[in-house]
Write a protein that binds this ligand. Structure first.
Ligand code: SF4
Ligand code: SF4
Length: 444
């Protein structure tokens, strides 16, 4: 069923989309890298435990680490070759992380476990979930929460609606858009697997209106399925954030500090749905993903890259930088993380690499707050960002908490509209860290 009305949420902003740079570029496969760096932490949760050591021969798809608890994930070799070392290596989220470094043999010898099973949809839900767990799938929209955990809600929190997130509201990024038009059927199958595992009969496919070709294809492949609804969304940032998406799709509000299951909903990204399909139908682990490489590079592209490939290879595949880069961001410009080296690897949550030219990177000239209220108007979480940031600047942690700092989803909308150039998000991030540290200290 196709909904006609465009749904949305309160607040938010309309930054220039800049998606036309790469939206029409079909996904291209990156040549195999000479080596890969597989961090033992690519997900929210506990670090995984290495299963290999230097000198071991590995094939593509072989586990190189195992989960170290329920909220943890295994990782897999994304090429065949030899383990060179296990060492601390720069990670795109900032710190150094123990990583398995594998030198490729150029042969891409595949694990024999990866093969198609035609009757995959008749597998018992527990077996489907086991395959997803073994495949090491983390949320591929960037959140990187282990997918098998999301698919295991507690018994007292029944789910009645699952939302497939095709919003891709971050400026510049088009990886999900390309995936939706080039792999529609696999994504729909992955979504049906999710519904089957959860025993849920209502699935909503939510796509922003700026992707009419994707909406057309999903309508074509789902119109006869009574369990699936197609919902075009108004184009607005951060439309793809979980709580905003749930409100726009169902009218339900997730309470502050609570998870979507509180309102009987779950959200999965379209890339995750495709990975779920491959895990269940092929027993294929998560060893590659689509990454948009765009901005100040000679030829912006959507690239299918093996996990662990250095960002440098992707940028070179796009012809290199145009001029001197001002900033290289992993993810989108609103919520992404600026990189200090392009030797960091593609990880499971790498949706894009955005290169901003130096003239677009403005120097922060901090001015006092002029109480214009713009940040309050755009905050999708109903926080008063000006107040929370001021408390944090003055080390008033309890007051900052009362002002809602812990509910901040770090969308960056407040800083984007602030005429005083205040780095509100940076302050609030720091404040959240300090509030949680204080709470930990008071418990000990
Ligand atoms: S306070 Fe947090 S949630 Fe609100 S606009 Fe700023 S970054 Fe977004
Ligand atoms: S937008 Fe900036 S100047 Fe305006 S109230 Fe918020 S923090 Fe103050």
């Amino acid at each position: 069923m196709l909904h006609i009305l465009q749904k949305t949420f309160k607040g938010g902003i309309h930054p220039p989309e800049n998606k036309d740079i790469s939206a029409a570029k079909p996904i291209e496969r990156l040549p195999l890298p000479g080596y890969v760096v597989i961090p033992l932490q690519q997900h929210i949760g506990k670090l995984s435990e290495a299963l290999v050591q230097a000198g071991d021969d590995v094939v593509t798809g072989q586990p190189v680490s195992k989960a170290s608890g329920f909220v943890s994930l295994p990782s897999h070799s994304s090429i065949s070759g030899k383990v060179k070392s296990i060492e601390s290596f720069p990670h795109p989220l900032g710190q150094k992380v123990p990583s398995v470094i594998i030198e490729g043999d150029g042969e891409d010898r595949m694990s024999e476990q990866i093969k198609f099973q035609a009757d995959y949809m008749s597998l018992p839900p527990d077996e489907m979930k086991r395959r997803i767990t073994e495949a090491g799938i983390a949320g591929m929209g960037g959140a990187t929460f282990p997918t098998h955990v999301k698919l295991s809600p507690p018994q007292d929190k029944p789910i009645d609606t699952v939302i497939l997130n095709g919003a891709e509201c971050e400026p510049y990024l088009t990886a999900d858009h390309r995936l939706m038009i080039e792999h529609t059927e696999e994504i729909v199958e992955g979504f049906r697997i999710i519904l089957r595992i959860l025993g849920v009969s209502r699935g909503i496919i939510a796509i922003e209106k700026n992707k009419p070709d994707a909406i057309f294809l999903f309508e074509k492949f789902t119109k006869d399925d009574p369990n699936l609804e197609l919902l075009p969304l108004k184009v607005k940032y951060p439309q793809g954030a979980e709580k905003q998406l749930i409100f726009a799709s169902t009218g339900r509000r997730v309470p502050a500090g609570k998870l979507p299951m509180e309102v009987r909903c779950l959200v999965h990204n379209v890339g995750t749905a495709k990975a779920i399909y491959e895990a269940v139908a092929y027993q294929k682990p998560l060893i590659e993903r689509v990454v948009t490489v765009t901005g100040a590079v000679k030829e912006p592209k959507n690239i299918r890259a093996r996990i662990g490939t250095p960002l440098r290879n992707l940028i070179e595949f796009c012809g290199g930088f145009v001029g001197t880069p001002g900033k290289v961001i992993m993810g989108g410009p609103m919520m992404g993380v600026a990189q200090y080296t392009i030797d960091v690897p593609v990880i499971k949550g790498t949706s894009g690499v955005v290169v901003l030219p130096s003239e677009q990177v403005r120097e922060m000239r901090l001015q006092p707050c002029i109480n214009c209220g713009r940040c309050v108007k755009v905050c999708p979480m109903n926080i008063m960002p000006n107040l929370a940031a001021t408390y944090i600047e003055n080390n008033l942690w309890e007051e900052a908490k009362s002002a809602g700092a812990l509910d901040c989803m770090e969308c960056g909308s407040c800083g984007y509209v602030c005429p005083a150039g205040r780095n509100i998000l940076h302050n609030i991030r720091f404040g959240k860290f300090m509030i949680l540290e204080q709470e930990k200290a008071s418990k000990n």
